[in-house]
Ligand binder design. Sequence first.
Ligand code: DGY
Length: 370
Amino acid sequence: MSLIVFPFKEETLEVVAANLTTAATHDRVHEVWAVGAADNITTDRVADLGRDISVAHSKPVEVFAQERLGTFRSGKGDGMNTAIRRAAERGFDRIHFYDADITNFDHGWIDGAEEAADRGFGVVRHRFPRAATDAMITWMVTRPGLATLFPGTILPRLGQPLGGELLLTESAVAALASDDAVVARSDWGIDTMITHRTAALGLDIYEHNAPDGKRHALYGSLTDIRDMTLECLDAVSSLADAARPTSTFEPDPPAPVPDDLKEVVGYDTASTRESIATQPSGEETAVLDELGADGSTDLGGEEWLDVFPRLMRGFDLDSPGWRAAAFRLWVRRVLHYTENVVPSGYDPATNYLEGTILSFEAQADKHGRP
Ligand code: DGY
C-alpha cells in the first residue's frame, strides 16, 4: 500500500490540483494526502479540489491541517510529522513525500521511487539538477555541516540532504514516528533530521535522479529564505553528538542537465546585497568578534571553510545576535560565490561546489569534529 503526501502552505491551486491528480491516477498509489500549514488560507480550497479529484478518480484524497507536534516554530516539520504519525498508525507499506509546488511532477517521480523500493531499498531520495545559484543552503550550510560532522560517511555524499521528495518504507516511518528529536523539529530543520535519522537506521538508501530538475518558483532576495537558512543551520548543528550513519547508499548515475536550467538565476543579487547594507547591532558585533569575522566583506571558500565550524558550534537559534551574524556571513558567502565562480559556467561552478564539500571533509578528518 503506497501513500503520497504533499505538505502545503499557500500554493497556486492549479499546481496543487495537477499534483493531486497525478498522484491519484498512479496505479501503485492507494491514497493521497495534502497536509496544510496552520492558518492556511488555501486549505479549504485545496479540500474542495481534493473531494473533486477523489470522486473523479475513485481514490481517497484527504486534505487536513497539520497538528502542533513539535517544539520549534510551527512549519513544514509539523506537517511532515503529522503525516508520519498518521501513516504509522494506518500501516502503509510506503509513504512518498513531494512538495506541493513542483510544476513538473509526473508519474516518473513515483515510478522511480517505487522501482527502487521494489529492489529492496528502505529509503529512496529524489535528486534533481538545480540552477547554479539555487540550493544555497544545501551547498553552504547543510552539506558543509554534514561533511564537518560525518566525514567519510554517506551523509556528505547525499546530493540533496534538504530534499523534501522521498519515499520511506514502513520501518523507517515507524522509527521516525517514535523519534523525539524528529517529532520536536517542527520547522525547516525537519529534512536534515530525517536525512540523518534514516542514514543511521541501517536501511539501504537509493538516490533517484529526476533528470529534468524540479521546476518551482525561485526566490527574490535571499531574505526570503532567512528563516530556512537559520533553522537548517540549527538542525545540522544539533547533530554534533549524533550517531554515525550505518546505512548504505547507492545513487543513480549522473545524467545531463537540461540547458535551460543552466541559465536559471536562483535569486536577486541587488536586493540581497541591500539586505545586508545595515550596520551590525551591538549584539551582532559581539558574535562576529567571537567568530573572528568582521562581516564587512564577502567570504571566499577558504574563509568559509575556516569560520563555518565555529559558526556551527556556537550557533544559537534564539539569539538575535547569532541569527543576524549567521545570516550576514552566509549571504556574504553566497554573494562571493555568485559573483566570482558562477560566471565561469554551470559545470565549473557545480564542480567547484562539490570540491568545497571535499575540503570540509578533509579539514574534519585532520582536526576532528568541531
Ligand atoms: C536549498 O538550499 O536546498 C534550499 O531549498 C533553498 O534553495
